[in-house]
Design a protein around this ligand. Structure first.
Ligand code: FES
Length: 163
């Protein structure tokens, strides 16, 4: 799996929805990120030019909000909840198991083949299902509940079958 080449047409399509105005920078960047799973570097000059704002301004918005990623992400994004409820019900062993199985760490969150990204989130809003994690990138997004580390390899096999 490799990162798709940047296509300025993607920016044009998103701008058609939100309008070529500086107040639309956030939804425009969200639209581009939905397409690529991250913001390719070419996004900044392209959006800046089309909206008539500085590249620094677009870059500033992208780096201010945590939801934007400037690094490529995997097809499947595994969000392991480490909110209070999940933490006390042992979410960290699940996180460690994912990282071990995929050769990832706190610093390296995406596999080299861009299949998986593993990250933590504060709360998925499913505390009664703790420990929980969510997988995005499949259709539809899926929340896994009450999972133990020995079930993680099976979850990964299930996802690999959909790559
Ligand atoms: S703390 Fe994990 S879902 Fe709320």
């Amino acid at each position: 799996m490799s990162v798709p080449a940047f296509d300025p047409g993607v920016v044009d399509d998103v701008i058609k929805v939100w309008g070529a105005k500086s107040g639309s920078i956030i939804p425009i960047l969200q639209g581009v990120q939905e397409k690529y799973n991250y913001l390719p570097p070419e996004t900044f000059p392209c959006v800046a030019q089309k909206l008539g704002v500085s590249e620094a301004r677009v870059y500033g918005v992208a780096t201010f909000y945590e939801n934007f990623s400037l690094q490529p992400k995997g097809k499947f994004i595994i969000k392991v909840c480490d909110g209070t409820a999940c933490h006390v019900r042992k979410s960290l062993p699940n996180l460690e198991k994912f990282r071990k199985e995929l050769g990832l760490s706190e610093k390296k969150i995406t596999t080299d083949d861009l299949s998986f990204t593993v990250q933590t989130v504060a709360c998925l809003g499913a505390c009664s299902l703790a420990p929980a994690f969510m997988v995005q990138g499949g259709i539809p997004d899926k929340v896994y509940a009450n999972v133990t580390p020995d079930q993680i390899p099976g979850v990964l096999d299930e996802l690999r079958a959909k790559l």
